[in-house]
Design a protein. Sequence first.
Length: 256
Amino acid sequence: MRMKKKYKLIIAFDGSSFHGWQKQKNTTLTIQGLVEKALSEIFKEKIYTQGSGRTDAKVHSINHHVVFEAPFSIETQNLVRALNSHLPKTIRCYSVDSLENDLIATSDAKYRRYQYLFSTEEIATPFQEKLMTHIPYPLDIEKMRQASELFVGAHDFRCFMTQGSDPKSTKREVFSSRITECSETFHGLFPEHYLFEIEATGFLKQMVRLIFGALVEVGKGRLELERIQQALKNPNGEHIAPCAPPEGLYKAFVKY
């Protein structure tokens, strides 16, 4: 009799053409749906997966963890090759590990890291559209750096979540939040650009995009640092800035 076996995948995906990670009733264009379809074809029975968190439509990931139970054991490298042959090229499996414990991909994560790429050139290159957000305005990057540091620590992020979501708690601890300049243009394929990186115990729905939206407003001179401090200290649930677009956002790392 074959014994069931648990595995953890690490995948990356270009989210441009997808409606996010999580399966949805009204579309087949989700990463989870396609991964489950591929696994079900490989194992010849229905496979269900659990991911390391949701992503919005058009958001990318370079380190997404997926846990599932297989009806029998399989050589991990063979599974990597089989998965990549069944998946579209915009979704790649990098590794498969067998699990000896009952890892819960969502709640067992110690921290997560997101990255947001953006450029401020007057004219965007035709190659960057899916990879980064184009903000064709002069931004005060140093002021944005100061603003990003305000989010470090334990805060109530009620003003930085999508209205309508209902988490058990709106408090999260941010370990680091910073903006760095990326001077590598890959021989002109991309303009000089910047990277916003934030690491925390977890994130509320669209929290990163709302935080970055606030940073952009600071960079444009439309939002004062004191307003961010007030939203973190005495949150009333109202957004203080527009939500940044999904293009340019990457789930970068998950630590268990």
